[in-house]
Design a protein around this ligand. Structure first.
Ligand code: HEC
Ligand code: HEC
Length: 371
């Protein structure tokens, strides 16, 4: 399924190597430090590990079977990543616990590991045909904050190696409609992790582990994820279950209103940059689900910079008119300086475009200069 790979041409600063040999400049190489033993483990300071296996997250790494002390989790609504499927895992160290937050990511203790493996199923219509592992992304909570790295799989899936400069992987799969699709899948470089994961005030951190996103049944199980983590002592400070927030499932029309699903989808796919303390704050566009002022989330909002990115359209969202709305234009684009999100997507996500189009079409009202 992979025809070729290449290292991304990017300039990187201050690379911390973590192997055992000299780095390219002949300087000393730092090695990640983890406690010996069997269970899952992460360095609490210093560099990330060179090999994925060093974190001991899986009892069967190619099969992605989590080790004892590692729990799978899912989100009500995920980030779209070029039709990959994702397997997500969390490890909280023995005796430690996460702390409840109503809106922001749950607070996580030093030693927490979050992992996300990206795969292309061989055939999206038939999981039994297997899957191809692309990369596993790791976030580790160290004493001085979070650190991030991607690990890519070689020709055999036995282990994955750190990919600091990112990588391209030529991949193909059979799509829902039976057609063969291809993608030059991009593994982000280590600086790009921060472009999305610095949600607030340029501080790196997790994005998915929020009460609203986690309030659902655990993958492969029947118990609510938050309830399970409360029961097992992994999550402290949770209010009674009736008060837990819940992010809408973007593609479950029976479970939430059109507005809730559209706003929930943008919360996960856009709001880590588009919030008042995020990387896209200068655009003035706030796509958090909590924003109640329509102008702030784009309705009749003129762009900060006209030009290519606006496609000649006048407003972020023009009620009733998706083809006049800059937001829709940018979702439907694959051009580097137009597409949104600007990272992590080569392909158009037809299904979420359809959702956002439906939402804009149903929106009442009109903008002053476009009737
Ligand atoms: C395009 C934006 C984007 C980029 C670039 C990105 N991430 Fe993420 N990442 C997200 C979002 C949004 C989520 C939560 C939604 C989901 O998992 O579907 C997430 C989830 C994760 C998770 C699961 C835990 C969590 O925070 O939800 C890990 C681990 C992770 N990312 C690591 C990385 C690493 C390491 C890099 C860089 C190699 C990276 N990410 C680059 C947006 C991004
Ligand atoms: C990785 C960060 C990032 C993510 C994720 C992201 N954006 Fe953006 N967005 C930006 C930046 C930076 C700008 C300002 C520069 C520009 O217009 O290209 C911007 C600008 C925009 C604008 C123009 C805003 C204006 O009024 O000038 C729209 C519309 C937009 N984004 C929509 C989206 C949507 C919809 C999503 C989610 C599907 C999204 N963005 C996700 C970084 C991001």
């Amino acid at each position: 399924m992979r025809a070729g790979r290449g290292v991304m041409a990017v300039a990187l600063l201050a690379l911390a190597a973590c192997g055992g040999e000299d780095d390219d400049d002949g300087g000393p190489v730092e090695t990640c430090v983890v406690a010996p033993g069997d269970g899952p483990v992460a360095p609490t300071s210093g560099p990330m590990c060179q090999l994925l296996s060093s974190y001991r997250l899986f009892s069967d790494l190619p099969g992605q079977v989590p080790a004892a002390g590692v729990e799978p989790f899912d989100l009500n609504t995920p980030l779209f990543s070029d039709y990959t499927d994702k397997l997500r895992f969390v490890h909280v160290p023995d005796g430690a616990a996460m702390a409840w937050q109503d809106v922001d990511s749950l607070e996580m203790p030093v030693g927490t590991i979050l992992a996300k493996t990206f795969v292309y199923p061989v055939d999206r219509r038939d999981p039994g045909q297997g899957r191809n592992l692309l990369e596993t992304r790791i976030l580790v909570r160290m004493t001085d904050g979070w650190k991030a790295s991607a690990y890519t799989y070689g020709e055999d899936d036995g282990d994955a190696e750190i990919a600091i400069a990112g990588e391209f992987i030529d991949a193909s799969w059979i799509h829902d409609d039976g057609s063969t699709r291809t993608n030059r899948y991009a593994v982000p470089n280590v600086n790009q992790c921060g472009n999305c994961h610095e949600e607030h005030d340029e501080v790196l951190g997790p994005l998915g582990p929020k009460a609203g996103h986690w309030n659902r049944v655990q993958p492969g199980g029947s118990e609510n994820q938050l309830a399970k983590f409360v029961r097992t002592g992994w999550l402290n400070g949770a209010p009674p279950e009736a008060q837990w927030p819940r992010t809408a499932v973007w593609n479950d029309a029976g479970g939430a209103t059109l507005d809730e699903r559209a706003r929930g989808w943008m919360e996960v796919n856009c709001a880590h940059c588009h919030n008042p303390r995020g990387a896209a704050r200068t655009s003035g566009l706030d796509l958090t689900a909590a924003q109640i002022d329509p102008v702030q989330f784009g309705v009749c909002k003129p762009p900060v910079a006209a030009g290519g990115g606006s496609g000649g359209r006048q407003f972020g969202i023009v009620p009733g008119l998706p083809d006049e709305s800059i937001l829709v234009y940018r979702l439907e684009s694959i051009e580097g300086d137009v597409k949104m999100p600007e990272l992590g997507r080569n392909l158009v996500h037809a299904e979420s475009v359809a959702l956002i189009r439906e939402w804009v079409t149903a929106m009442p009202g009109a903008c002053a200069t476009v009737q």
